[in-house]
Write a protein that binds this ligand. Structure first.
Ligand code: PMV
Length: 335
């Protein structure tokens, strides 16, 4: 078993370790997994049991601004609000950043502006940690590649290793104990007509963290032994659907994968459910729309919110049927 510090030392060997830039700002997009990561083979390094595949959300993500300060403590501002040092988020963020600092130096003022609800299962930890490692890369002038930053981001949150790129990204699970081959790989496929509809069922903090829920599921769900095979099937189908631009195949495989993940959690002891009444009603609505021949699918992460998958030409219908939806164009990427 390796520690995070050992892995970081391996990646940063020969890189500068003093401040190169006193002030800077970076951005990383959120990502939604079409084939999910659920369960770790190493919970320190966030090494997954299986590979996964995501789509990044372009302008939905985390803006991260840093400034070196001559103070005794760090300051954190989240979406315009000052965050207390006792807060979970403050502690998680600075304990990660401290892996890269020497005796807590340099002290930092950090401002994170998230364009998605934090901790509502909308992958904000993914864009958050990806933006942190991009910020540290600027601060220290490491000049790391996106692949190296992906390895570092994974140490903060597994799914963050997919948020270093726009578009489709596969996280290959890898087999090495040090995780050096467990990394995000950007995929070539472009699909400008693809749309993601965000349906917010609640922006409250999730009832149980994904870290805890994964561990309980892996340990106690009688369905977990089926998960790796499910992922292998769904991942192959999703990749061939992307290659052939077959939306129905993409939608089916993505929705089936999300349902399998949540079913596996329901069989954990104790059972874990992230859905609420709104989630359940939207799922029924999507299924009914498909009976009525509308090409619409959903996926759901570790929270009650639903993400609709559809194509550009369904946009008007979707806006009418789901007035509260927020539509993302993953390939509308601002320069
Ligand atoms: O990286 P974490 O610990 O936030 O876990 C992400 C888990 C899911 O969002 C449910 C699936 C995924 O692959 O993003």
């Amino acid at each position: 078993m390796y520690s995070k510090e050992q892995i970081i030392a391996q990646i940063l060997t020969g890189k500068p370790n003093g401040v190169q830039l006193e002030k800077g700002a970076v951005y990383a997009p959120a990502n939604i997994a079409l084939c999910k990561y659920w369960g770790k083979r190493d919970s320190i390094l966030n090494l997954p049991m299986t590979s996964s595949l995501s789509i990044s959300l372009a302008q939905k993500g985390s803006h991260f601004a840093f400034e070196v300060v001559d103070e005794k403590t760090d300051c954190l501002n989240l979406n315009g609000q000052s965050i207390d040092a006792q807060h979970d988020f403050y502690q998680r963020l600075f304990s990660f950043i401290s892996l890269f600092r020497h005796n807590g130096e340099p002290r930092l003022n950090i401002a994170i502006t998230s364009t998605i609800p934090i901790a509502a299962g909308l992958a904000s930890s993914a864009s958050g940690f990806a933006s942190v490692v991009k910020g540290l890369n600027e601060l220290y002038g490491w000049q790391l590649s996106c692949s190296e930053l992906s390895l570092l981001a994974r140490l903060g949150s597994g799914s963050a290793c997919r948020s270093l790129w726009d578009g489709f990204v596969e996280w290959q699970h890898g087999s090495r104990d040090d995780g050096m081959d467990s990394i995000g790989i950007p995929l070539e496929y472009k699909w400008p007509q693809l749309r993601i509809g965000l349906l917010l069922a609640s922006s409250d903090k999730k009832s149980i963290s994904s870290r805890e829920a994964m561990a309980i599921t892996k340990q106690s769900s009688s369905l977990y032994h089926l998960w790796p095979e499910q992922v292998a099937t769904d991942l192959a189908m999703i990749k061939s659907a992307l290659a052939e631009k077959d939306f129905i195949a993409l939608g089916h495989a993505s929705e089936r994968n999300a349902i399998a993940m949540h079913a596996t959690m329901l069989k954990a002891k104790p059972a874990i459910s992230y859905s609420n009444a709104k989630t359940a009603a939207w799922v029924q609505q999507v299924w009914q729309l498909r009976v009525d021949n509308m090409p619409i699918y959903f996926t759901q992460d570790a929270g009650p919110n639903l993400k609709l998958l559809f194509l550009e030409d369904s946009t008007d219908d979707i806006l009418q049927l789901f007035p509260e939806v927020e539509i993302i164009q993953p390939f509308l990427i601002e320069a």
